[in-house]
Ligand binder design. Structure first.
Ligand code: CO
Length: 134
């Protein structure tokens, strides 16, 4: 069911400062910031030869990463995103296996303009999992 690793996401308190570290200190290519109000975050992607790193900063009130940053004030690894061919088939298979899908269980459009879902970290070794249909 799982395809490639699409990205690893790191939540950060200051997106501009972290993007500057990746661009400058680490010499990486970093995309322009993209506001995703429906997800309560602003994101940039660090483009690597084999995958991407997503840097997330809270956007607006009630951001889903606000509590995470309260617990991890300097930032931290937030989720891992795997590609799937058919997100509805993946969701139905996971639900049948007892996994919990976050939100209303329906895919939302993610940062790449493609459908995404998030799975409960307690069902996946303490790691929040994002699925993206590619
Ligand atoms: Co993501």
């Amino acid at each position: 069911m799982l395809g490639r690793l699409n990205h690893v996401a790191i939540a950060v308190p200051d997106l501009a400062a972290t993007a500057a570290i990746y661009r400058g200190t680490l010499g990486a290519t970093v995309t322009a910031p993209q506001a995703l109000p429906e997800h309560g975050v602003t994101v940039v992607f660090v483009e690597l030869p084999n995958t991407k790193v997503e840097l997330l900063e809270p956007l607006g009130e009630g951001s889903p990463i606000a509590a995470f940053l309260e617990k991890n004030p300097s930032g931290g690894m937030h989720h891992i995103c795997y590609e799937v061919d058919d997100i509805l088939a993946a969701r139905d298979r996971l639900k049948a296996g007892g996994a919990r899908v976050l939100g209303d269980g329906n895919p939302k459009i993610g940062a790449h303009g493609k459908p995404v879902l998030f799975l409960h970290p307690k069902d996946f070794a303490g790691t929040l999992v994002e699925l993206e249909q590619v």
